[in-house]
Design a protein around this ligand. Structure first.
Ligand code: MN
Length: 325
């Protein structure tokens, strides 16, 4: 057995101005990273992690630790990057084994014998609530905090990494993806599309991204797929998938981070590079609370109150002075 074909693609989705996801196609290494942080920080975090994966040809554990160290270091050095983090799901194909390292809520799936098996556990609030039976899969899908992750790369000097390996078989298909796919497309639909597009992984990646956009495209979408072939099969050429922009999204005018059709930047992933380039930061919902504005409004109110009091005193003074005279 050996590595067969592979493909990858990323798309900002319909709602985010920026794309904070990154991916790596650098055989025998494959990875997906989904950055978190305000301004450009999320993009920087996922790219740093992806860069570390590319440059660090060691075992998966030390590779993820190195990625963590780089993101954490940068977040300490640069105040604009403070608090940033990223997910990282990486797969390393070696002789007779696929090693997987994982932190966050991106996912690795194995498609074998027509079944889709999620290999990774989501390190997310809803993932943990589901594992302890406190939340059903259906409730999780609409949970307001479904994007909150409980473990990320870069937030601490060391990170607890899930590491495991899978014994591959000829015909296996491995899928790495960010939550922008899995929050918009359910497992059944993913499996259906795999069945339909299995013959062409580039087409499959495009179809999955398209399905996520059709489902709402509320987050950046990244998909990496690779296959295990016969020993004699040639490895297909390294090729990233350019994904066409989704058919016209209806922008909601009151949403701050919404794209208009004119704003859309088509994903151009043509370079034979490993890291999905493109774009930067969306603020995750909880970062958008307009706290400073509220403070300013309070100050204005206090000032007008004082002015009214001063005026009242002035009027009273004039009246009393008039009476006394
Ligand atoms: Mn995401």
């Amino acid at each position: 057995m050996r590595l067969g074909g592979f493909a990858g693609g990323t798309d900002p989705g319909r709602r985010r101005r920026r794309n904070e996801d990154s991916y790596v196609i650098d055989p025998p290494l494959f990875a997906v990273a989904d950055g978190i942080g305000g301004a450009q920080a999320g993009e920087v975090a996922s790219k740093l992690a992806a860069g570390a994966v590319k440059e660090h040809g060691a075992d998966v554990e030390s590779l993820v630790q190195e990625a963590n160290r780089r993101v954490h270091q940068r977040s300490l050095e640069d105040p604009n990057m403070s608090g940033m983090g990223t997910t990282l799901t990486v797969a390393a194909v070696a002789d007779g084994t696929i090693s997987i390292g994982h932190v966050g809520d991106s996912r690795a799936y194995l498609v074998r014998d027509g079944n889709l098996e999620q290999l990774t556990e989501d390190h997310s609030l809803v993932g943990e609530l589901m594992r302890t039976g406190k939340l059903s899969a259906e409730e999780a899908g609409s949970h307001p905090q479904r994007s909150m992750i409980t473990r990320a790369l870069g937030t601490d000097p060391n990170v607890d990494v899930d590491i495991f390996s899978v014994e591959p078989r000829v015909g296996d298909l491995f899928l790495l993806c960010s939550d922008g796919l899995t929050s918009m497309v359910d497992d059944r639909e993913i499996l259906r599309l795999i069945g339909e597009k299995r013959g062409d992984l580039k087409d499959l990646v495009k179809a999955l991204i398209k399905a996520a956009n059709k489902g709402g495209g509320e987050d950046n979408i990244t998909v990496v797929a690779f296959e295990i072939g016969e020993a004699s099969e040639a490895v297909s050429e390294l090729e990233d998938t350019a994904v066409a922009p989704a058919p016209s999204a209806e922008p909601e005018p009151d949403e701050e981070d919404t794209l208009t059709e004119a704003d859309r930047v088509p994903t151009v992933d043509t370079a034979v590079v490993s890291v999905g380039e493109i774009a930067a930061a969306y603020e995750r919902e909880q970062e958008q609370a307009p706290a400073p504005r509220r403070g300013r409004r309070f100050l204005m109110r206090a000032l007008s109150f004082l002015i009214v009091i001063a005026l009242l005193f002035g009027v009273a003074y004039v009246i009393l002075w008039g009476l006394a005279a």
